[in-house]
Design a protein around this ligand. Structure first.
Ligand SMILES: Nc1ncnc2c1ncn2[C@@H]1O[C@H](COP(=O)(O)OP(=O)(O)OP(=O)(O)O)[C@@H](O)[C@H]1O
Length: 783
């Protein structure tokens, strides 16, 4: 029993010990069908890749051909376009050298434009061609490179396939050896089984206790038999798979048995092959995309070429039409030309006939005219003789006339000289008579002006008038004061309606005497509001004595421009409270003083006084405006100030007689005096009293000066006031003074009016010149 058991164990051990050593552990992982499949797949892939490469090569070749064809066609098109352009240029040249018809010129212009368009198309096509060449050259190089890469990869794949095939052949050898070994083992097992069966039968027959071991041995044997059957089945399956593989892939027909072993290196190479396959796929797809792009570009180029072809056809059609039209017009013009030539020839024939007739007429007339011409020639000869004799006569007459003219001119110049002397004499006489007239009128003239009653004054309760004038008398004025009528006799009385011009005309000769070197003083005297400023300054629309005097002086100076040269200077001062202020100075508040001129001339002089040399009347107006502004700026109440201060405008005129060189210097003083009312009598105090005293002092001094002059006293007290001191050289003997007494006709002002008139009366008695004034003895006495 034990021996049987040991035998069975041995058999089992032998069986299971031998199998691993023979199979070398590889039978545990036999997967030969996968390897075969991958090999066959690789083979298939390789074949497919080779086909694709072939296809790509063919496609590339086709593309190259297409490209060459396209380039050729483009070149042809360019040639055609060039030819067309040349043709059109020839045609243009022909048209240009041909007729100068306006339509043809237009057509030439159109053709030129078309030609330009064609040239542009040609340029575009050439550019396209260059682009295409550049685009084609780039992918060809890339494709060639990729083709090279693909070839290298295919070669590498083929080498790897060769290696696989060698491995496969080796594996087939191993499979054959294994097959034989298996068969041998099966046979040996069968033999052993038979031997064991026999030994078992012998044992069974020998001992019944061996029964159990036998059963166990049978089981082992059964198992072993099953295994052997399974191995057979597997072998069969492998055989079938090999057959199937052999039937599928002709290149692996020599694989006849199942490959049970697959090495890891094969798997790696398989993976690499698959990777390469994938890369090749990607390259193929990129090549396909490039091919697609090239195809699109080719299509685009073809479209452009088609468009150009279409345009060329259209141009050709148009050219053909134009050519036809041109031919039609040429034929039409030819016809017209022939017609015109015909007409012209007819016309010229007619004209020739006419000319012939005219010629015949002219011949006849010539025949008639020839004797006439002869007579004219003889006349001409006689006329020439006459002209010759006339020129001699003319020269003699001219000479005589010139002599006569010279003598006449010398006579005229002598007469002119005589006239000039007479004129000078007349001027001197006029001046003399003018001076005499002024002297006759008196060198102190007292004029009285009545202020008109305003509407407001008429409506007021005290509007009654206390002053009257006698009709027919221009020099008397009568006042009614305290029940007593008093008549004042003056040089002239201006009624309220007298105009500014009328007033000025009265004093104009005096003003003009300044130009002859006289000093003239015109001052307005009267109570506040009686019209002094109105008379002297006036209003903008109706200027007073100041402006009118200056205007007249300038007018006269201009009239004497060729005879005399004048220089005019101007100063403007204000005397307030016995203080002199320069109204044209930089500081009108500065106090000025009167002094004797240091040059020893005995003339008065005000140091620091602004004396402006003025060039024209407009400049004087500006200066007057400045003075007025300065007077207004430095006082709180202009009217009050103007009533209580004297304004003195002095114009100095220096004249030079251009003929004799004699110099004259005249001065015109225009004075607007302060109000003469007797405020000081009404018990005024403080500033008003001081003002009243100052005014009184200056007016009193004026009265005293006039009195002294009247009494011909050796001493005239000019220095008693600033006013008289300043006016010294204009109030003295030999000077001319006009006093304009302003009076109010109203009852309320009659007291002041009487005072003013009394003062005027006193002045009237003064005799400054040789002509003495007569005063009516019945007039009022001095106050
Ligand atoms: N002849 C006239 N025609 C029209 N208006 C006049 C006339 N005379 C004076 N007036 C007016 O009467 C008013 C007072 O005149 P104006 O200022 O000339 O007086 P005045 O004597 O200068 O006064 P004051 O001493 O205050 O300066 C002014 O409005 C002026 O226009």
């Amino acid at each position: 029993m034990y021996a049987i058991y040991s035998l069975l164990v041995y058999i089992f051990y032998t069986l299971f010990r031998k199998e691993p050593s023979q199979d070398d552990g590889q039978l545990l992982e036999p997967e030969p069908p996968q390897l075969v499949e991958s090999i066959s797949a690789l083979q298939g892939e390789r074949a497919r890749l080779a086909e694709e490469i072939q296809g790509l090569r063919q496609e590339l070749d086709e593309r190259e051909k297409d490209k060459q064809q396209l380039a050729g066609s483009f070149h042809l098109q360019i040639q055609e376009l060039k030819q067309q352009i040349e043709e059109r240029e020839d045609e243009l040249a022909r048209l240009r050298t041909g007729m100068g018809v306006t339509d043809s010129e237009k057509r030439i212009h159109n053709l030129t434009v078309e030609n330009e368009g064609l040239k542009q198309s040609l340029g575009v096509t050439q550019g396209l061609l260059q682009q295409l060449a550049a685009v084609s050259a780039q992918p060809s190089a890339l494709l060639a490179k990729e083709n090279e890469d693909l070839r290298g990869q295919v070669q590498r794949l083929e080498a790897s396939l060769q290696q696989k095939l060698a491995q496969l052949a080796q594996l087939e050898g191993q499979v054959d050896a294994l097959q034989w070994h298996k068969e041998e083992e099966a046979r040996q097992l069968d033999e052993r089984l038979c031997a064991l069966q026999q030994a078992l039968d012998a044992q069974l027959s020998r001992a019944p206790d061996v029964q159990v071991s036998w059963v166990w041995g049978r089981r082992v044997m059964h198992t072993h038999t099953q295994e052997a059957r399974q191995l057979d089945e597997r072998l069969c399956a492998l055989q079938q798979a090999l057959d199937a593989q052999l039937s599928r892939a002709p290149n692996v027909q020599y694989v006849t048995q199942t490959v049970e072993v697959e090495s890891p290196s094969t798997l790696r190479s398989l993976a690499e092959a698959e990777e390469r396959n994938r890369v090749l796929q990607e390259q193929l797809s990129s090549q396909g995309e490039r091919c697609q792009r090239l195809t699109e570009q080719l299509q685009g180029s073809e479209e452009v070429a088609a468009g150009l072809r279409h345009k060329i056809l259209a141009y050709e059609h148009e050219m053909a039409q134009l050519r036809e039209q041109l031919l039609r017009e040429i034929s039409h013009l030819e016809a017209q030309k022939e017609e015109a030539v015909k007409e012209a020839s007819e016309c010229s024939e007619q004209h020739l006939d006419q000319l012939r007739q005219q010629f015949a007429g002219v011949r006849q007339r010539l025949a008639v005219l020839q004797p006439l011409l002869r007579s004219i020639r003889t006349d001409y000869g006689s006329l020439r003789g006459q002209v010759r004799s006339f020129s001699d006569f003319y020269e003699a007459a001219l000479k005589e006339a010139r002599q006569q003219m010279c003598s006449a001119i010398s006579e005229v110049s002598e007469a002119n000289q005589d006239l000039r002397e007479k004129y000078q004499h007349e001027v001197l006489l006029r001046r003399k008579y003018h001076d005499q007239l002024v002297e006759l009128k008196g060198n102190i003239r007292v004029l009285c002006r009545l202020k008109p009653v305003t509407e407001a004054e008429q409506q007021a309760s005290e509007a009654s008038v206390a002053v009257s004038t006698e009709p027919g008398s221009e020099s008397s004025v009568t006042t009614s004061y305290k029940g007593k009528e008093r008549t004042f006799e003056l040089d002239k009385v201006f009624l309220p309606q007298a105009t500014q011009e009328e007033v000025f005309l009265e004093i104009e000769p005096l003003v003009l005497s300044c130009l002859n070197g006289y000093n003239v003083c015109i001052f307005a005297y009267g109570q506040t509001g009686s019209g002094k400023t109105y008379t002297m300054e006036g209003v903008p629309d109706d200027p007073g004595i100041n402006q009118r005097a200056l205007e007249v002086l300038y007018r006269e100076m201009e009239a004497k421009q060729g005879l005399c040269k004048y220089a005019v200077s101007l100063s403007l001062v204000e005397i307030y409270n016995e203080v002199i202020r320069d109204l044209l100075g930089k500081d009108p508040q500065e106090r000025l003083d009167i002094k004797l001129n240091p040059d020893g001339s005995g003339q008065l002089h005000v140091p620091g006084l602004t004396c402006v040399e003025v060039q024209g009347f407009r400049e004087i107006k500006k200066m007057l405006a400045l003075g007025k502004r300065n007077r207004a700026t430095h006082c709180t109440n202009m009217n009050e100030r103007s009533s209580r201060s004297h304004a003195l405008l002095t114009i100095t005129i220096t004249g030079t007689d251009l003929a004799t060189g004699t110099k004259t210097s005249g001065k015109l003083n225009l004075v607007d005096l302060a109000g003469s009312e007797r405020v000081w009598k009404s018990g005024a105090q403080g500033e008003r009293l001081k003002e009243a005293q100052s005014i009184n002092k200056s007016l009193l001094a004026l009265g005293e000066v006039i009195q002294a002059l009247r009494a011909k006293q050796p001493h005239v007290p000019f220095r008693n006031s600033k006013l008289t001191y300043l006016l010294q050289d204009s109030l003295g003997r030999g000077n001319k003074t006009v006093m304009m007494v302003q009076i109010s006709p109203l009852q309320r002002d009659v007291g002041e009016t009487v005072c003013s008139l009394k003062f005027a009366q006193r002045v009237c008695k003064v005799e400054l010149g040789p002509a003495a004034r007569r005063v009516d003895p019945s007039g009022p006495g001095e106050a």
